[in-house]
Design a protein around this ligand. Structure first.
Ligand SMILES: [Zn+2]
Length: 422
């Protein structure tokens, strides 16, 4: 994933002895801002404040007086706390235990207004003015193969912000610089504007359309996973064999039916496991935060005229994916499926004539595409719409993008090309 749109490069700093105290002081005051904000946001028994703008309004003036930090660092401290409080509220909503965030680990958040990131040094804002810290870098001829050489020193990447950290045992300071791919500039500026409100970050989701003919699962990135037709074929073979055995009516035939039945079940589960792994791999390749399906009730309903087996495979597949991502950063969520197959993912025009089996052609704008790929995009678009209308996503973002074949598209239709290949 060398071409991932964001990455972090840790850089050791050479901080002169007389300046080290300034950094510790910055950290103390920064954490003070975060902890004061956390106290403020968590002060009621049954209600937490998760609005960054409210917190800034209430606390910014006081914290400027209580500390010697620059405006930007005070603001970062407040935001850091509100993000943690918002995360806590999400946990409470899902019935998990949590407590008021308390900040005591050594860390300060910098961005371009409170720091400069230069070729061989950084300048960092402190309560006692700007401090210059040289980078401790690998030798020049070895640098190319390091994250510093590949990303930090590369023209393709821009340093956007950084976290200053301190290794207590070694008594060393490190700057963890976050770099963005310039292809994402448009999007990230858009994000800056949004983030004045409450949006912590952008999320990217993968829409998935499940089918009983053609490809089993089709993603909004244009991946066609597994063949539903071959699954059906395998099932039909099994049914025919069972039918023949049933006709013989003997006891040994009955036992054989049981044995091929459980073998077929094993085979199907194995197949679904593998397809779930394929899908999760695609989610990682596309660097998404969430995988979105149509809700399961619909899967049952929509294929009511299909076999019980086909209903079972779809429901089981979604459950397997949910189970597999449980311990990872990825989440699974569901959307209402109405008209996802009839809506044009390009212009939004919805009509039943738009779709003819696997072929989609928009009667309004003429957009022609594989029908399942079109549906998968609509599933992702719908999820983004939920977030726009303020319904909480599991990732907690306010704006959202869906992963597409060759870039990302947010719900406003701003297209961002990506260097990701394949
Ligand atoms: Zn259209």
């Amino acid at each position: 994933m060398d071409d991932a749109p964001r990455c972090t490069v840790p850089i050791k700093l050479d901080v002169p002895g007389e300046s080290r105290g300034d950094l510790h002081q910055t950290k103390d005051q920064f954490l003070h801002c975060a902890n004061r904000t956390s106290d403020w946001a968590w002060r009621y028994d049954d209600y937490c404040i998760t609005s960054k703008s409210k917190a800034e309004k209430a606390l910014y003036g006081e914290l400027r007086e209580e500390t010697n930090l620059t405006a930007n660092l005070v603001q970062k401290g407040i935001r850091r706390a509100i993000e943690a409080v918002t995360g806590g509220v999400e946990k409470l909503k899902q019935g998990e235990k949590t407590s008021q965030p308390y900040f005591d680990s050594w860390s300060v958040v910098y961005d371009k207004r409170s720091a400069t990131f230069n070729g061989d040094h950084a300048t960092l804002s402190t309560p006692n003015g700007r401090l210059t810290a040289e980078y401790v870098l690998p030798p020049k001829d070895e640098r190319e193969d390091t994250p510093f050489g590949r990303y930090y020193a590369s023209d393709d990447w821009d340093a956007s912000n950084a976290t200053l950290q301190y290794d207590e045992q070694a008594d060393e300071f490190y700057l963890h610089v976050t770099l963005k791919n310039p292809d994402y500039k448009v999007e990230s500026e858009h994000q800056e504007v949004e983030s004045r409100d409450e949006a912590p970050e952008n999320g990217v989701v993968l829409g998935v359309d499940l089918n009983v003919t053609g490809a089993f699962a089709v993603t909004s990135t244009g991946e066609f996973i597994g063949s539903a037709d071959s699954l059906t074929h395998k099932r039909d073979e099994y049914e025919r064999r069972r039918g023949r055995l049933q006709q013989t009516g003997t006891r040994s035939a009955h036992l054989t039916i049981q044995s091929i039945g459980s073998r077929f079940l094993d085979w199907s589960l194995d197949w679904l496991h593998n397809r779930a792994n394929d899908l999760i791999e695609e989610a990682h390749n596309a660097d998404v935060d969430g995988i979105i399906f149509e809700n399961l009730d619909h899967i049952r309903e929509n294929i009511a005229n299909s076999s019980k087996f086909q209903q079972w495979t779809s429901v089981t597949f979604v459950e397997l994916v949910e189970y597999k991502v449980e311990s990872t950063e990825l989440f699974v969520d569901l959307v209402n499926p109405a008209y996802t197959s009839q809506r044009c993912s390009y212009c939004g025009f919805t009509h039943e004539d738009n779709r003819d089996d696997k072929h989609f052609k928009c009667q309004d704008c003429g957009y022609e595409v594989n029908a399942d790929y079109n549906a998968a995009k609509n599933i992702a678009v719908r999820y983004c719409g939920y977030i726009h209308r303020g319904q909480k996503s599991r990732g907690g973002w306010a704006t959202s993008q869906l992963a597409l074949k060759s870039g990302t598209l947010n719900v406003n239709g701003d297209y961002t090309p990506t260097k990701l290949s394949g």
